[in-house]
Design a protein around this ligand. Structure first.
Ligand code: LMR
Length: 333
């Protein structure tokens, strides 16, 4: 009995010591934050901003290690790593939650469902966005917020002004069934591929084209291997910042509070710079002289919208009619 209580006391003391140690600059709590884009993108900059705030405000009791450009994990692997606790924080694009079994997020991929950033924020800062994040909890994941990126351009090595021009093109997409349906509606041939492999696939002709927000296209140098890009703005690509739930809830409450505030400010920062970063990237691509940027006429834009309209009905049963309706309602359609 005496031995047992000694053991319990010892375990208790060790736990206290390790918690205390975990909160010193010598032995900090480490948050591995993995992502797949360049540092010079809205997500890349916001991840660094979060690191700075978190480390300064916890006075080194937390260390944030940011791994950009798929340096640690590629798209699919990083989701698994988060669930296993090998990384603690990610910001995957909303198109990448399907393979995790949360296909409702693919609503963000529905073509022309979000007109602009104003419509986007009605969803991401309102109940429709919160409802989606809550779906992650049973997977052991907490959604901390939405980080914007931008509206997508279509690119290829031949001009694509009208929807018909997509016919027969092999096009890289993210792992979203809605994006697959979108490309099929355009009679293109969608190919799912990790982000880190796209540049080479375009360069070697494994695929003919792709879709991206301009900031991703430019920072991955895809404009060097694509001759034409059309600013169709046909779809949105952005992120949810997610953490391993067990890890987050196990943090000392004072530290968690500081990190929550740092995340709130990092989200504001990200969402302030995203539009300008993408506008600047269009100009940078144009200035490079490598890719010809095409702005569709009003009539052409209407043709893209009409060609992609059937996708809404086609994917309704996959993502859920209610989820779609929540989006239509939030954006006042
Ligand atoms: C993609 O795979 O195209 C994007 O999700 C990459 C990113 O994180 O922006």
């Amino acid at each position: 009995m005496k031995k047992l209580s000694l053991l319990v006391a010892l375990i208790g003391a060790c736990t206290l010591i390790s918690t205390a140690q975990a909160q010193t600059p010598q032995n900090p709590i480490v948050i591995k934050f993995s992502h797949v884009v360049a540092t010079d993108t809205p997500k890349g900059k916001a991840a660094e901003f979060f690191k700075k705030l978190a480390e300064e405000r916890t006075q080194g009791r937390v260390k944030v290690e940011v791994y950009a450009n798929s340096a640690l994990y590629k798209d699919k692997e990083e989701m698994e790593a988060l669930q296993l606790g090998a990384v603690q924080m990610l910001a995957p694009s909303l198109a990448k939650f399907g393979p995790l079994g949360v296909k409702e997020f693919e609503v963000f991929d529905v073509p022309y469902i979000l007109e602009d950033y104003t419509a986007l924020h009605k969803v991401t800062t309102g109940p429709a966005g919160a409802k989606l994040l809550a779906l992650l909890e049973p997977k052991g994941i907490l959604g901390l917020g939405y980080w914007d990126n931008g509206f997508k351009v279509m690119s290829a090595n031949r001009p694509i002004k009208k929807p018909e021009d997509m016919k027969g093109l092999k096009v890289r997409i993210q792992s979203s069934k809605v994006l697959d349906a979108q490309m099929r509606a355009l009679k293109a041939l969608p190919q799912v591929m990790a982000f880190s492999e796209v540049y080479q696939a375009l360069q070697t002709g494994v695929v003919d084209g792709t879709e991206n927000p301009p900031s991703n296209m430019y920072t991955q140098k895809m404009h060097e291997v694509q001759k034409y890009a059309t600013v169709t703005n046909h779809g949105y690509l952005g992120y949810a910042v997610i953490v391993n739930k067990k890890f987050w809830e196990g943090l000392p409450p004072d530290i968690r509070g500081i990190l929550e505030q740092a995340m709130k400010e990092s989200t504001e920062y990200n969402n302030e710079i995203a539009k300008k970063d993408n506008d600047d990237a269009v100009e940078a691509i144009r200035a490079s002289g490598r890719t010809e940027i095409y702005m569709p006429t009003d009539a052409e834009r209407k043709a893209w919208i009409a060609a992609l309209k059937p996708v809404h009905n086609e994917v309704a049963s996959r993502i859920g009619k209610q989820v779609l309706d929540d989006f239509y309602k939030a954006t006042e359609r």
